[in-house]
Design a protein around this ligand. Structure first.
Ligand code: ADP
Ligand code: MG
Length: 485
């Protein structure tokens, strides 16, 4: 289907002009399919991936309706501030984004008042703003209902109601609030549902609260992103922010399923890094942790071991991971989602380099889904879920028994470096020469620092290599050599 320009739509000249000024050259598929339906006054259920322009798809018809009502009756937006539209979004953050888009698109509607009603802001100023008069309210179900209960907001004049990210609002437990609000808006209205998925509840709500809704579903086009992103969901247990054991099981499942060579697992807190590293090590998994409290020498050692494949799983906080420079990372796991989208992007950007396709998986509890939506929104990428085999009936030890997750390499620490004129060839020579007796293929990465060096050696030969180097000489002298901690 060739993408159409906005000028083919029966929109006001102002709106066509704004869209052009914003550089929206063509309609996105969800816009091309839903705007005509909405301009015709029909109800709609829309589904398309994140970042596909759903906000403009519902905003343009709302603005068109507002300007038409006003020009027909020779009214002026500054004088008549009747509330016309209500948009419900799951979070404050998503509300902010929608408000921003409405203001952008409505910038030629002089006097247009758009108000955000979400938690995290005192009620008083919101009440004052409502009293001054608004045309469009964008809010979270919780806060909007608070105002309805206090009778500080009246929806009697609303003729367009949008439930944006309806499935996520249900995930957040807003079902009752949504229904209560739907019942407060006059029957004579247009009702729009936007949702990424269509659980039964939405079908039911559509039947109850929409009239003969047109359904628009935009299939995702095939793209080949450099990084495959997924999430997997573990159940939330009562009273905890996340359940450590459930997330651990999911992580073990991922390691067993993908068998990545090198993995970084990101956590938001030092304490989680420590706990998770400990748990993985106890299970015999080749893992170590990086967090801010480590001594510099320990950090160096952990990073060197990770780079030379003596450690396969690195557990780290964002700050601590800054120093890791690993070219071929096979998997990035978010054990916890970061607060900010750019941190997420930075984390997953560590995989999918060096021409290889990367893989990033976020392990989340239902509550974190909202954050995931925000990330999808900001990055314009949709993140599908992967189904874990039923892990409820599987114990950590069951998973562990199926998992062989050791590293093939060990690391030797050599107390001599660049300042001692140490070069990789010197160490390689000492190990593979007559005195060393090892094969070149048993030696991995050799890393020379100023005052020390790290040598990776195939595990079965590590102890031989250690003794040979301790007994022999490098560049004619003895250096302290030990297994890296
Ligand atoms: P969704 O709600 O589907 O996740 P948004 O409505 O947030 O997506 O839109 C994502 C971005 O695309 C926004 O920055 C918006 O300004 C921009 N956008 C919307 N429509 C178009 C268009 N037709 N052409 C170019 N950019 C657009
Ligand atoms: Mg949206």
């Amino acid at each position: 289907m060739p993408m159409k320009s906005f000028s083919t739509l029966p929109l006001s000249a102002e709106l066509i002009q704004v869209v052009q000024e914003l550089g929206y050259e063509k309609m996105t598929p969800i816009q091309a399919e839903s705007i005509p339906v909405l301009l015709a006054g029909r109800d709609l259920i829309g589904q398309s991936k994140t970042g596909s322009g759903k906000t403009a798809a519902f905003t343009l018809p709302i603005l068109q309706k507002i300007s038409k009502q006003f020009s027909d009756q020779n009214l002026n937006l500054q004088r008549d501030t009747t509330l016309r539209a209500l948009v419900l979004c799951p979070t404050r953050e998503l509300c902010t984004q929608v408000v921003r888009e409405i203001r952008k698109l409505g910038r030629k509607h002089i006097g247009l008042q758009v108000l955000m009603l979400s938690g995290g802001t005192p009620l008083g100023p919101q009440v004052y703003a409502i009293e001054k008069g608004v045309h469009i309210v964008v809010g979270t179900p919780g806060r909007v209902l608070d105002h309805l209960k206090k009778r500080t907001l009246n929806l009697a004049s609303v003729n367009t109601l949008v439930l944006d990210e309806a499935d996520r609002m249900l995930d957040m437990g807003f079902h009752d609030e949504m229904e209560a609000i739907l019942r407060e808006v006059p029957e004579e209205r247009q009702t729009l549902f936007f949702s990424a998925t269509f659980p039964k509840t939405i079908e039911t709500m559509s039947k109850l609260y929409q009239k003969d809704a047109v359904r628009v579903t935009i299939e995702e086009e095939e793209t080949a992103p450099a990084i495959d992103q997924f999430y997997c969901e573990v159940p939330a247990r009562q009273g905890t922010t996340y359940d450590f054991t459930d997330k651990l099981k999911a992580l073990l499942w991922l390691l067993g399923n993908y068998e990545p060579g090198s993995t970084i697992v990101f956590c938001n807190f030092k304490a989680v890094v420590v706990e998770l590293t400990h748990a993985l090590k106890r299970l015999g998994i080749s893992a170590d942790g990086l967090q801010g409290d480590l001594e510099q020498s320990d950090r160096d050692s952990v990073m060197a071991k990770f780079r030379n494949k003596s450690i396969r799983v690195m557990v780290a906080t964002d700050v601590a991971a800054r120093g890791i420079d690993v070219e071929d990372l096979d998997l990035v796991v978010n054990f916890e989602l970061p607060q900010k989208t750019d941190v997420y992007t930075h984390r997953i950007g560590r995989t999918g380099r060096a021409g290889k396709k990367g893989l990033a998986v976020s392990v989340i509890i239902p509550k974190e889904k909202v954050k995931l939506t925000e990330i999808e929104q900001h990055t314009h990428v949709s993140i599908p879920s992967i189904e874990l085999d039923n892990l409820d009936d599987t114990s950590v030890d069951d998973l562990k028994n199926e998992l062989r997750f050791e590293s093939k390499m060990s690391t030797l620490f050599v107390a001599g470096g660049r300042k001692n004129k140490m070069r990789p060839g010197d160490l390689l020579g000492a190990l593979t020469g007559e005195a060393g007796g090892l094969k070149g293929s048993d030696i991995g990465k050799i890393e020379i620092h100023d005052f020390f060096s790290y040598v990776a050696v195939a595990k079965p030969f590590a102890h031989t290599a250690l003794t040979r180097l301790q007994e022999g000489r490098i560049k004619g002298r003895r250096f302290r050599i030990e297994m890296a901690r």
